[in-house]
Design a protein around this ligand. Structure first.
Ligand SMILES: [Mg+2]
Length: 261
């Protein structure tokens, strides 16, 4: 009987579920620390499920947004849009790319030409395999960020920047990430590559992805498309409260917690 139970357990384990989360705008407000009550909710199932994080941020920024317990208990953490992969103490890979000076100079020109006048410095952030470019600058505080968000809503500047960069440098792709920046990477170096890494580790699992940028040009779209073409689920959420509601109402996690809003 014990053997039978063991076999059943193993079988259900191999058919298990994988939960994949973007971070900015999906588990946290953009660029901010996660809501403590939401973290408590996530912790109620985090270790028992196969949870992966896939963010455009680097590890240092991610550590400022999510507590160590959430990062350590994730099955895997992909940072820099999937160019770095860490699980627990182990770094599985770091992909680097040397971006041409012409591309960096072109980004600087675009930043200089922007009519947005609240500049905070640190406009081009070199991360593994990608560049993060922000007209407002990475030093933007909450007010600076909001100024740029309001500006971009009207001007659609980031869409213009991504289109312009891809037109001039067709070997590169530029996507909207977060709220105030764009990501640039060699073509194909995007979150979509995470799909095969996770699939290899969980060959038969159901995969469910949560992301806030699955619209055209969004940095979650490549992964959402790969998952959906494999018959898997991608939830396009509008903020962490929606992620919370889906996890609670559709997947039945942590019914003792109440989603806000
Ligand atoms: Mg996001």
């Amino acid at each position: 009987m014990r053997n039978v139970l063991f076999v059943v357990f193993r079988y259900s384990g191999s058919m298990s579920r994988v939960l994949i989360f973007d971070v900015d705008g999906t588990l946290t407000l953009s660029g901010q620390k996660a809501d403590p009550l939401f973290v408590e909710f996530l912790m109620s199932f985090w270790a028992a499920e196969n949870c992966y994080l896939v963010t455009g941020s680097n590890m240092a920024k991610l550590q400022g947004q999510l507590p160590a317990k959430l990062l350590n208990l994730a099955k895997g953490v992909f940072t820099c849009s999937g160019n770095e992969f860490v699980s627990g103490e182990r770094t599985h890979f770091v992909m680097n790319h040397s971006f041409p000076d012409e591309l960096i100079q072109y980004c600087k020109q675009l930043i200089d030409l922007s009519p947005f006048c609240w500049r905070t410095g640190n406009h081009i952030d070199h991360r593994s395999g990608m560049l993060n470019v922000s007209v407002a600058g990475r030093n933007a505080d909450r007010l600076d960020r909001q100024r740029y968000v309001d500006f971009d809503k009207v001007a659609h500047e980031r869409e213009y920047l991504t289109e312009s960069i891809m037109r001039v440098f067709p070997d590169y792709e530029a996507t909207l990430g977060g709220q105030i920046s764009i990501d640039i990477a060699p073509k194909g170096w995007n979150k979509g590559r995470v799909y095969s890494e996770i699939r290899q580790r969980h060959p038969n699992a159901e995969m469910i992805f949560f992301g806030d940028r699955m619209d055209a040009g969004g940095n979650d779209l490549p992964l959402a498309e790969k998952l959906m073409s494999d018959g898997q689920t991608a939830h396009h959420v509008n903020g962490f409260n929606e992620t919370w509601k889906i996890l609670r109402d559709d997947l039945g996690f942590g019914s003792q917690f109440r989603a806000v809003g």
